[in-house]
Design a protein around this ligand. Structure first.
Ligand SMILES: Nc1nc2c(ncn2[C@@H]2O[C@H](COP(=O)(O)OP(=O)(O)OP(=O)(O)O)[C@@H](O)[C@H]2O)c(=O)[nH]1
Ligand SMILES: [Mg+2]
Length: 476
């Protein structure tokens, strides 16, 4: 009799356990984006490194599950979507263990990694249940350039061409664009298409976009996939360009142009790109994201000058459109969004002294909120933070004109020399034109510090606050 009772009790315990685990186990998808070189790979590598090595001298005191002693352990588990590339955590982390250490390689396209994080829930319930729960965190890395394409969905080929040339005719793009625009002006849009010629011009347009990004330090690049083609490299869907002379052509003839004319084929590829590339990304990936972090490197544009900084602002405005969930917004009309928390993080904060961090966060806040107040974000909780996924500098004090001045020390990325410097002050507001006349911000890329093995935690700034905002609330 006693035996039966004991067995029943154990069965009951197991059932209660299963039930509780089922209700406590949670699953969220965290999307990490930002323009190229903004620090996505470094961020994900650091986040995973901090969580799986928690307890080994990690510094996550602003992450509540750790602070409250409820964090148990985190481990990598096989990712959910097998058709998406794997985020190369081991290779990225190995770069920091190298002798000498280096930064992980640039990545392209989308990749995924899944973490299972075990913790004790705050109000541990039933007497018989094992009181742990698991949060499954699916992390997706994708290029922020892809978000710059959203407005194209609302544009016809003529409208897109017009808005693109408006930008290309303005400084600083205009100087570089001259020869391309002249070539396009000379085309007969109704001639039978020569596909090779079209491909050559599309290549030239793509090269221009690369120059805008890398030589001029600009952020607004459209179509975004042209500079980050991934597996679409050389596919005809990425071979088109804006047409420059709509005002000179007969609009009826344009409407009736067949796909085998130059203009007809440009238009057809533009439409195909919108459907098969832009819309596909939103439908297959974006609408599944629960939480989003957008990384922004504000310091490089600040260092590059006014046009680079203003272009970053323009890019942020375009990126924000994907999070504008008001009833009448483009996004809500096209898709059913899910994201309820959005973190904007100013990355590489270890390039400035700590008393400048507040300014860096305020600056990004202004870049974001300038647009935010015009849009409808009531369904999304937003925050801005200044972070360093991987801290590369030490902070010290120096004397300048008899007064203490905070300084940074780190190893230069270009020659590995140890330097001490005051990199300059970050404005806390959007800079006025006069600011750029005597702007003296001194941005120097640093090498990461070496870590001894994969179980050591990377030094960071405010990664714990980022984690708390992004998924700490799911671990109550
Ligand atoms: N000092 C410092 N530099 C950083 C940090 N994060 C990124 N960087 C620098 O920024 C570069 C780009 O970082 P990644 O993490 O590769 O950026 P990404 O957004 O993944 O870049 P793509 O893969 O090219 O899109 C690195 O090689 C570093 O030089 C950081 O926290 N601190
Ligand atoms: Mg990357």
């Amino acid at each position: 009799m006693a035996l039966i009772k004991k067995e029943q009790l154990q069965k009951f315990k197991r059932k209660a356990n299963d039930l509780l685990n089922r209700t406590l186990d949670q699953h969220i998808t965290l999307a990490v984006t930002g323009l190229s070189r903004s620090g996505k790979t470094a961020f994900i590598t650091s986040l995973v490194n901090q969580l799986i090595n928690e307890g080994n001298n990690s510094h996550l005191s602003f992450f509540n599950p750790v602070h409250q002693g409820r964090f148990i352990a985190a481990k990598r588990v096989p990712q959910k979507n097998l058709h998406i590339g794997r985020f190369e955590y081991d290779a990225s982390l190995a770069a920091f263990c190298n002798e000498p250490p280096s930064w992980p390689q640039a990545t392209s396209g989308i990749s995924e990694l899944r973490l299972a994080i075990r913790y004790t829930p705050k109000n541990s319930l039933l007497k018989y249940a094992k009181d742990t729960a698991t949060l499954y965190l699916d992390i997706t890395d994708y290029p922020g350039e892809w978000l710059l394409d959203l407005p194209m969905l609302n544009q016809t080929y003529e409208e897109w061409s017009e808005s693109t040339y408006a930008l290309m005719l303005e400084s600083p793009r205009s100087e570089l664009s001259k020869s391309f625009i002249e070539k396009v002006n000379q085309l007969d849009p109704f001639e039978p298409v020569d596909e090779q010629h079209l491909a050559d011009l599309a290549k030239e347009y793509t090269e221009l976009l690369h120059q805008f990004r890398h030589d001029l330090g600009l952020s607004v690049i459209q179509p975004g996939r042209f500079i980050l083609p991934g597996d679409l490299a050389d596919a005809p869907i990425l071979q088109f360009f804006p047409y420059s002379a709509f005002e000179n052509i007969d609009i009826n003839a344009y409407q009736n142009a067949q796909d085998d004319t130059l203009i007809g084929m440009l238009r057809a590829r533009f439409i195909e790109y919108k459907e098969r590339v832009v819309r596909k990304f939103y439908k297959e990936h974006f609408i599944n994201f629960d939480r989003q972090i957008v990384l922004a490197d504000c310091l490089t544009p600040l260092n590059n000058g006014e046009s680079s900084f203003n272009d970053l602002q323009h890019a942020i405005t375009l990126i924000l459109e994907s999070f504008n969930y008001g009833q009448s917004s483009l996004f809500s009309r096209l898709f059913s969004p899910k994201i309820d928390k959005l973190l904007f993080a100013a990355t590489k904060a270890d390039h400035v002294t700590p008393e400048q961090h507040q300014n860096l966060a305020s600056l990004l806040n202004q870049l974001v909120y300038k647009t935010k107040h015009q849009l409808n974000y009531e369904t999304i909780e937003m925050k801005t933070l200044a972070i360093a996924s991987v801290k590369t500098t030490q902070v010290g004090n120096s004397l300048h004109n008899g007064k203490p001045l905070p300084v940074l020390q780190g190893r230069r990325a270009d020659n590995d020399k140890l330097i001490t410097l005051f990199p300059g002050a970050v404005p806390d507001k959007l800079p006025k034109s006069s600011f750029w006349d005597d702007q003296q911000f001194n941005y120097i890329a640093f090498k990461p510090q070496q870590i001894c093995d994969a179980h050591e935690c990377l030094p960071h700034i405010r990664m714990d606050q980022a984690m708390q905002f992004l998924f700490g609330d799911k671990m109550k």
